[in-house]
Design a protein around this ligand. Sequence first.
Ligand code: ZN
Length: 223
Amino acid sequence: MHKAIVYHTISTHKVSLPSNIDITPECFEQHLKWLAKRSERVVPLSRLLTEAVNKSLIAITFDDGYEDNLSVALPLLEKYNLPATIFMVAGFIGKKGYLTGKDLAILAAHPLITIGSHTLWHRHLTDLSFSEARHELIASKQILEETINQPVDFLAYPYGDCNQIIEQISAECGYRAAWSVWNGNNSLHSLWRVPLGTNDNLLRFIAKISSAYFPVKRLLKPP
Ligand SMILES: [Zn+2]
């Protein structure tokens, strides 16, 4: 089975951020080094949609658009020549700690990087009205496309929150595919990703990349 993996901020903290979303540059580099030894399996996110699942490909993604995705992650991705997709919260562009419009333009022009949308304000989409949810998906797509002057085809749901209605809105708003974390049924607009964070040392990373991890995690998830 293919695996999309998701990081957030690549940075060092004395106390982990909520949900342990931070990972140190040293630990992140260990992951990349391991992946680089299997570089034929590491592909841009779009390839997961078109390649046979028995190839067990891996795609790297980042959510939220932390500025260290450019200053810390990109140089490491370049060092190991590994592609990645950055899902940016359009309303956070230029806010403290997040990528600026100029940063996004640099990243979008980079051959290793794809930019996707992580909605407008990072709200729980399943708590919103139909029109509010639609606005989150449409406005973010427009803003990001104007910022990078390229189409933005991919979406990642904040907190992985989605349901059938949200999946339908994603399709109607012109996204080619959308990623959750574990929600939905792993169809084109609720694709699963493997979250990685503070506690994912190399051994845990390898376990989570292994083919057994998806269904096991899915079965353990509370209803
Ligand atoms: Zn997020």
